[in-house]
Ligand binder design. Structure first.
Ligand SMILES: [Zn+2]
Length: 166
């Protein structure tokens, strides 16, 4: 008998005694005769899960950094193109205008780099993240969401201040 048959038999034995819902359509699978959901037809297999590996909090943090990076990237790109066109059409003064434009954009550049670093951390340290308790995962994810928002408010205000003072 192959491992696959063993797994299938273990699954059916498990479902003979437990009220587990189909992970796709939530149909009650107790007593199903084969490793397939009779309602939606999804293939079923027995697996080992960990509540720490749930993706909700991780996704919130990743989406926060992704949105920030996407926003910063688009604004930097459009602002950069506009500044370049302006510099070219009005005669390039690399010594005067360019450093000033760079100074104005610097909060956005810092935010973009910080968001990229955050994203990199969340994708490369998945295991470190998963070993935190779920409660801590959610706390950190909400903290990331709030910090990204606050940092962007501060960044925007800094840009307005630079724009008015230089
Ligand atoms: Zn189903």
């Amino acid at each position: 008998m192959t491992t696959q048959d063993d797994d299938r038999r273990a699954l059916l034995e498990w479902l003979a005694k437990h009220d587990d819902p189909c992970p796709i359509c939530a149909y009650a699978l107790r007593g199903v005769p084969e490793a397939k959901c009779p309602e939606c037809g999804a293939q079923l297999r027995l697996s080992v899960a960990s509540p720490n590996a749930s993706t909700g909090a991780w996704a919130l943090a990743v989406v926060s950094f992704s949105l920030a990076l996407g926003f910063d990237g688009v604004v930097l790109f459009m602002g950069g193109v506009a500044a370049l066109i302006d510099l070219i059409t009005n005669g390039i003064s690399w010594s005067g205008d360019a450093p000033q434009i760079l100074l104005f954009a610097s909060p956005l550049i810092v935010l973009a780099l910080a968001s990229a670093t955050g994203l990199w951390w969340f994708f490369t340290r998945r295991r470190t993240w998963a070993l935190l308790s779920r409660r801590r995962q959610w706390r950190l994810a909400v903290l990331v969401f709030l910090l990204v928002g606050v940092a962007h408010c501060i960044g925007g205000l800094t840009m307005i201040w630079i724009g008015n003072n230089f």
